[in-house]
Design a binder for this molecule. Structure first.
Ligand code: SAJ
Length: 406
């Protein structure tokens, strides 16, 4: 039996995937409300294919609990934020989860950390917790790092099809956990040591952050001299060895905007490109604001213009608002455009900000200037409704070529 600890964006689909492939699973979370929702037969966030997977897992007998279970494999999938001052990982959730596991686990158990962690976290924070309980690692308890790689928006597909990395002290233990993940994972699974697995995961997200930063920096350069960054990227990418990513209003989410900081925090003075990329991506909401002012000036719009931000989530077709560029933009915008500012997102049903709308048509009725921050399918399917509005499209949606761009 597997006890999955943490039933959020990663833990829940992973637990469901194991269960739907015949593994006995108990999913544990300290959030009573979340567990009650799952027990009542409902999922806790929107994700393509998640409800079907949930139903399948329930049929196969998955259980949910607020308690840790005595079993031989634990999979820890709790959040790992970074400390905004030191820029280092805040491993407190991992620490707490492993501590709780140590209270119930039998001798011989394997603890798998799925959460993204900075290189050295297992040595620094996890081993001491296990040893403090009197266990000898490798004899009484085995430690493994199996970082997830799935992309929100396509998690269910990617869980099955992506390759994975398993880091273990002991190759045999690594192979055992590889066999467990092979119950559903059709991709290649590389078995390596723990430090390599920790670093590889952080490197993957840092690679993407740097590449997005390059596109964003090009956007600023092109804006200054009125060049079309999208056409330039498109043509440059026709080169067989060039593959530039897309500019946007900023990099959000709990992964790409967080993980590179682990390297900056742990290797100050060495992680220079990484730090520069983080700064460029974090500056994008402010760049959008400058564009908004520039367009308002060009159009002779007053400060009372009814401006509407379309999209609150960190990216398209998900309901996750963590580190969302729109929330960052709102902070500075509210100071200047408060009277006319409005916000809408089809995926955000609870009130997050003032002036939030829950109906697309009503939102459009009440604004003159629409800033598209997220390219949800909804807006792509209803572009005709934008007729007569001033539009700043930060996502370069096909069919909106006449709108203002970044
Ligand atoms: N973005 C751009 N331009 C692009 C691509 C993305 O501005 O060309 C922005 C998005 O709008 C969003 C942010 O970057 O704000 C991140 O979105 P994303 O779709 O690139 O990635 P995440 O954060 O949803 O998921 C990433 C993935 N990592 C990589 O692709 C290397 C995923 O595979 C990881 O599992 C996930 O992080 C994670 O949990 O670590």
């Amino acid at each position: 039996m597997v006890n999955v600890i943490g039933l959020g964006y990663i833990g829940l689909p992973t637990a469901l995937m194991f269960a739907s492939h015949g593994v006995d699973v108990v999913g544990t979370d300290y959030d009573k409300e979340l567990v009650a929702t799952l027990k009542s037969g409902k999922t806790t966030f929107e994700e393509e294919g998640l409800d079907d997977l949930f139903n399948e897992a329930v049929e196969k007998g998955i259980q949910f609990s607020t308690e840790y279970i005595k079993t031989d494999v634990y999979i820890v999938a709790v959040p790992t934020p970074y400390d905004k001052i030191s820029k280092k990982i805040d491993a407190s959730y991992v620490f707490a989860a492993v501590k709780n596991v140590m209270e119930v686990c039998p001798i011989g158990a394997t603890v798998v950390i799925e959460s993204t962690i900075s290189p050295g976290t297992i040595d620094k924070f996890v081993r001491p917790v296990v040893e403090a309980k009197g266990f000898t690692i490798g004899r009484d308890i085995n430690l493994v790092h199996a970082p997830e790689r799935i992309i929100p928006g396509d998690m269910v597909y990617e869980l099955k099809h992506n390759s994975r990395t398993i880091g273990a002290d002991d190759k045999q233990v690594g192979e055992k956990i590889k066999a467990l993940y092979s119950s559903f994972c059709q991709g290649d699974i590389a078995v390596t040591n723990i430090r390599t697995a920790e670093m590889t995961k952080v490197v993957e997200n840092t690679f993407r952050d740097i590449n997005i930063a390059f596109a964003n920096e090009l956007t600023k350069i092109c804006r200054l001299d009125d060049m079309d960054v999208y056409e330039i990227i498109k043509i440059a990418n026709m080169h067989p060895r060039v593959n530039i990513l897309q500019p946007g209003p900023g990099v959000g989410g709990h992964c790409i905007s967080v993980d590179p900081w682990f390297l900056v925090g742990d290797y100050p003075g060495l992680a220079n490109i990484i730090l520069a990329a983080r700064k460029i991506n974090d500056s994008m909401p402010e760049f959008v604001l400058e564009r908004v002012y520039g367009i308002m000036k060009e159009k002779g719009m007053s400060d009372l213009t009814r401006v509407g931000l379309y999209g609150l989530t960190y990216k398209e077709n998900v309901d996750d608002v963590r580190e969302s560029p729109t929330l960052q933009l709102l902070e500075s915008m509210e100071r200047h455009l408060a009277p006319g500012l409005k916000v809408y997102d089809p995926f955000v049903k609870r009130e997050l900000v003032e002036k939030q709308y829950y109906d697309f048509d009503k939102f459009l009725d009440d604004v003159d200037f629409v800033v598209i921050m997220v390219s949800h399918n909804e807006i792509k399917e209803h572009m005709d409704k934008l007729k007569g509005k001033v539009v700043l499209d930060t996502k370069n949606i096909r069919g909106l070529e006449d709108a203002y761009k970044l």
